[in-house]
Design a protein. Structure first.
Length: 439
């Protein structure tokens, strides 16, 4: 079984090493040996250490490698949208099977890839695109295919989880925690894709597509990052018995017309310490799945890194190689449900709101009136001196209100906060965070 490897960075090199180290076992599992037909790279002269591969296999002509008749499986670990999209569409239309870790491409244009796979008759596997080595996508696509999944909640970005875990453990601010993550190699030199939620949003789209048999793209995902989370927010969460995590949440629901829909969102949220995801620390990932028959399931492990991602890639390679030898292909894309994606404003959630307000009679009643006008019910109110948990300097005669709501449409909650900002008695809205779980 001949393989074309596109990309030989951190993940690609680990794929080569695993192919070499486990050659005998892989041959036994598949029923035929795996051989590298070629490796497409940007620069031929780059130092790749003691990689156990013939240097003559390297080429800068990725498209030429893909088109070779002796290539059975194309492995793509380059990332990005183009030229990866063109390469993979070409491979799939030619009947070759494809294994990719490219979450951005799958979220942006997975439809084109699935259509090309159907046209060519090859397999498209992408376990490594979400949560690294954690076996997650195949259970959603195969093991739970006889069940009805209602909700998927996950921590799917290791960089942001490390940062928020560090803030929770040490009381550090976002900038300090990001600096530590960068020094330890958890954050890229440009961490935008991670800290602004783009990486998690792409993964959320893939998870929702599989869980709900509906085509969901990156543009359908409501996205917020963690750059606005402060040490005061973390302290306020701790006071409530909570921690803050960047969550991807995909859930079934019903729109105002009574039609079944899905909502998909990524944002920081407070969750109770008793929630299974609350104890997921460091750069680990975890995904919590809720289904009708299976109940609650948790998938946990390392969600990134060369070796874990390569492990997932090789698992897919074994699957597609077996299929090719048997003359069969895996089940095609399942998008029969075709559920509408509900806008964020209709998603049901809860808010934690911190306000610095004037300390005088009638303030609490005025604030409560704003919530009532937007049909938002208040669950708890905590009052203290300004500058308490919010960390604001405060002024003489000011007070702090910390309010947690009951569940309401996000649009109503956002409108409530908007009106609060305009009240004369509200000096500032110092924090707004969503709350998930039974707080």
């Amino acid at each position: 079984m001949r393989l074309a490897l596109l990309g030989c960075g951190t993940v690609g090199q680990e794929v080569v090493r695993l192919l070499h180290a486990q050659a005998a076992d892989l041959t036994a599992r598949i029923g035929a040996p795996l051989e590298i037909a070629g490796i497409a790279v940007r620069r031929l002269g780059r130092d790749r250490g003691d990689l156990p591969v013939d240097p003559a296999l390297f080429t800068t002509d990725a498209l030429g490698l893909i088109k070779r008749d002796d290539v059975d499986v194309v492995i793509e670990v380059v990332g990005g949208i183009e030229p990866a999209r063109g390469w993979l569409v070409e491979a799939l239309r030619a009947g070759k099977s494809v294994v990719t870790a490219n979450k951005a491409l799958l979220a942006e244009d997975g439809v084109a890839l699935h259509e090309a796979a159907a046209e060519g008759g090859g397999d498209l596997y992408y376990e490594a695109s979400v949560a690294g080595a954690i076996p997650l996508l195949r259970p959603l696509r195969e093991s739970l295919h006889g069940d009805r999944i209602n909700r998927v909640t996950g921590i799917v970005n290791g960089t942001t989880n490390f940062i928020l875990s560090a803030m929770d453990a040490t009381g550090a601010g976002f900038a300090e925690a990001l600096e530590e993550a960068t020094e330890l190699g958890y954050a890229e030199a440009d961490p935008t894709a991670d800290v602004e939620g783009f990486d998690a949003a792409a993964k959320a789209a893939i998870l929702a597509s599989l869980a709900f048999h509906t085509r969901v793209g990156a543009a359908d995902v409501h996205r917020e990052g963690i750059t606005e989370v402060t040490a005061a927010d973390v302290a306020s969460a701790q006071a409530m018995g909570c921690t803050i995590k960047l969550l991807c949440i995909a859930a079934r629901g019903v729109d105002p017309a009574g039609r079944e829909t899905v909502s998909v969102r990524v944002h920081p949220a407070m969750i109770p310490r008793s929630h299974p995801l609350a104890s997921v620390g460091d750069a680990f990932n975890a995904v919590f799945v809720e289904a009708d028959a299976a109940g609650q399931l948790m998938f946990y492990g390392r969600g990134a890194g060369g070796a874990p991602t390569a492990s997932a890639v090789l698992g897919d390679v074994v699957a597609v190689a077996r299929n090719r030898l048997a003359g069969v292909r895996a089940a095609s894309e399942s998008a029969y449900a075709d559920l509408a994606v509900r806008p964020m404003g209709e998603a049901l959630t809860r808010y934690h709101v911190s306000l610095d307000v004037a300390d005088r009679p009638g303030v609490l009643a005025a604030v409560a009136g704003v919530f009532a006008r937007h049909d938002v019910s208040i669950a708890t109110v905590r009052q203290g001196s300004a500058g308490g948990s919010s960390g604001a300097a405060g002024r003489a005669g000011d007070a702090e209100l910390v309010i947690v709501t009951h569940v309401a449409p996000d649009a109503a909650l956002a409108a409530t906060v908007g009106e609060l900002r305009g009240l004369d008695i509200v000096r500032s809205v110092t924090s707004v965070l969503r709350v998930e779980g039974g707080v």
